[in-house]
Ligand binder design. Structure first.
Ligand code: Z5A
Ligand code: MG
Length: 211
């Protein structure tokens, strides 16, 4: 038996209701069915102390200054990094629903400075692949449960979408942009195809950091 290969860090990004949770779940199921050790998680992780503060903010029961909530989202990733690194190095592939790019996209959409927003993300583990589910926010508003949390307004989502497009143009080497308006089955097929090619390649490479 050779050395344990590390797992891959695969991230899903996109506006609200773009299908991230659906596609994360389906990819995790597929990989598990192939015998690949896989775990799923999402950010914000509302289960930690900081995650609970974030939850109160998102559900509008608490107000926080823009800079403060931005940094809390980032801390919420940092507090889980040790655990994530351990799992990846032990060979587990992680499917992550939202990551640093959500942090940047939502805060910049409020009018905050791009570089200031990105700075606290530097040093976090760099994803091997990001699936960016891109759609016109008007179309997403037709999906169920849209509009219940703080940021779920079409006009705001359009600004978020523009920031994602900007990040995509900077990070296009490992970002895969997909049209979120096709059916969930079609999306899953495209994602599975990319993931299957990616896994054997990345698992022999060292973990990298966001820079
Ligand atoms: N946020 C932040 O500001 N800073 C940060 O650092 C982080 C997050 C990490 C909570 O996120 C909020 O936190 C979020 C960003 C901010 N802002 N808001 N609002 P969340 O991930 O907990 O919640 P969410 O963005 O609202 O995501 P979501 O609602 O969970 O959407 P989704 O996961 O992308 O979609 P889904 O649940 O898979 O699908 C939505 C619905 O559409 C559902 O009924 C599906 O059955 C349906 N669906 C899915 N795929 C399709 C297709 N292909 N066609 C048609 N219908 C579909
Ligand atoms: Mg979701």
């Amino acid at each position: 038996m050779g050395p344990i290969k590390r797992g891959a860090l695969i991230v899903f990004e996109g506006c609200d209701r773009s299908g991230k949770s659906t596609q994360s779940r389906r990819l995790a199921e597929l990989l598990k069915s192939r015998g690949i050790p896989t775990e799923s998680l999402n950010f914000p992780d509302r289960s930690t102390d900081i995650g609970q503060v974030i939850n109160s903010y998102l559900t509008n029961s608490k107000d926080l200054q823009d800079e403060v909530i931005h940094l809390l989202f980032s801390v919420n990733r940092w507090e889980l990094m040790g655990k994530l690194r351990q799992k990846l190095l032990a060979g587990t592939t992680l499917i992550v629903d939202r990551y640093s790019y959500s942090g940047v996209a939502y805060s910049v959409a409020k009018g905050m400075d791009f570089d200031w927003c990105y700075a606290p993300e530097r040093g976090l583990i760099k994803p091997d692949a990001v699936f960016y589910l891109r759609a016109v926010p008007d179309r997403l508003a037709e999906r169920s449960e849209f509009g219940e949390e703080r940021y779920e307004k079409v006009e705001f989502q359009s600004r978020v979408s523009a920031v994602y497009d900007r990040i995509f143009s900077n990070e296009s080497t490992y970002w895969h942009q997909l049209d979120a308006s096709v059916t969930a089955d079609e999306l899953h097929f495209l994602i599975a195809e990319i993931a299957e090619k990616l896994l054997p390649k990345v698992t022999t490479q060292p973990l990298d950091k966001l820079s």
